[in-house]
Design a protein around this ligand. Structure first.
Ligand code: URA
Length: 274
């Protein structure tokens, strides 16, 4: 057999194995852990680990993910993105983005803010009007509530977590992002997740969670249970904008937040809730 045939066969075999491992991860196999989307919430906690990149021992960092076939597919869209090794570099790579139809409508691209070594990452849907003007996620009324949840509810400064959105530019009139817009931004979000390597991702609201998990299940059924996103534990919860309209459901978000705090091994402040 020629050398080129041999390497093509090897690549095909590797791709098949990757797909198979992903399938097992999703569907489960006797004796191996399956996707726990419908399992009871996990409440056991690992001890908190230092996340200051300067002081964190190398062994305490979440290990880098194996390149899944999904990641390979996403990064093949933007050659070079995969090798950007800091959030600043990714931001620069995104640049004055014109990769989807939203760019002429935006004031600012809203990349993300916060601790590049955060244990906890929040992912929302898309920038609104305030965020578009300021170039920062979650700075409007819903953002103030998110800040309260983080600071008063969880007892952490907002600057300790990382916050971003599924898409980086404001859709006109705050309509839901469209599939091509999500697809255009998805490789950037994946690289942000890979670089921050949080221990937990909190998905905010129906749209973000459905887009991240590629499901159509209502948020009311997804929340309160652990899911997995690119190898990281993800807790869906209601969007703060929804909570502004439905304050009675803050208690459900508080339950979700307590699961997150347990997972991070952090103490739950006495008077939670924003
Ligand atoms: N809603 C979101 O989903 N993201 C923001 O940044 C602001 C409001």
């Amino acid at each position: 057999m020629s050398q080129s045939h041999q390497s093509t066969d090897r690549e095909t075999l590797i791709a098949t194995l990757r797909d198979y491992v992903e399938q097992i991860r999703e569907e489960g196999l006797d004796g191996l852990p399956a996707d726990r989307s419908n399992a009871a919430p996990v409440t056991t906690a690992e001890p908190a680990r230092p996340r200051d990149p300067a002081t964190a021992p190398v062994a305490s960092r979440v290990p880098p993910p194996a390149a899944t076939s999904r990641a390979v597919e996403l990064f093949s869209k933007y050659p070079g993105l995969e090798s950007q090794s800091s959030l600043e570099q990714v931001h620069e790579f995104v640049g004055d983005c014109r990769r989807c139809k939203l760019w002429p409508l935006r004031t600012n691209l809203v990349f993300g803010v916060g601790n590049p070594a955060a244990e906890l990452m929040f992912v929302g849907e898309a920038p609104g009007a305030d965020e578009d003007l300021r170039g920062e996620p979650f700075v409007g009324r819903a953002g103030q509530l998110l800040t309260d949840i983080i600071e008063r509810g969880m007892g952490m400064p907002r600057s300790e977590v990382y916050i971003c959105n599924v898409i980086k530019c404001r859709p006109p009139g705050n309509r839901n992002p469209e599939p091509d817009e999500v697809a255009a931004c998805e490789p950037f979000l994946l690289r942000q997740i890979e670089i921050v390597r949080p221990r937990v991702i909190v998905g905010l609201g129906t749209f973000a969670v459905q887009a991240l998990l590629k499901v159509k299940t209502p948020i009311s059924r997804l929340r309160g249970n652990w899911h997995e996103l690119h190898g990281i534990r993800m807790m869906p919860t209601f969007h703060p904008a929804y909570l502004l309209r439905n304050p009675a459901d803050k208690r459900l978000v508080w339950q979700d937040i307590q699961l997150v705090m347990n997972e991070l091994g952090r103490p739950i402040p006495k008077r939670g809730g924003a």
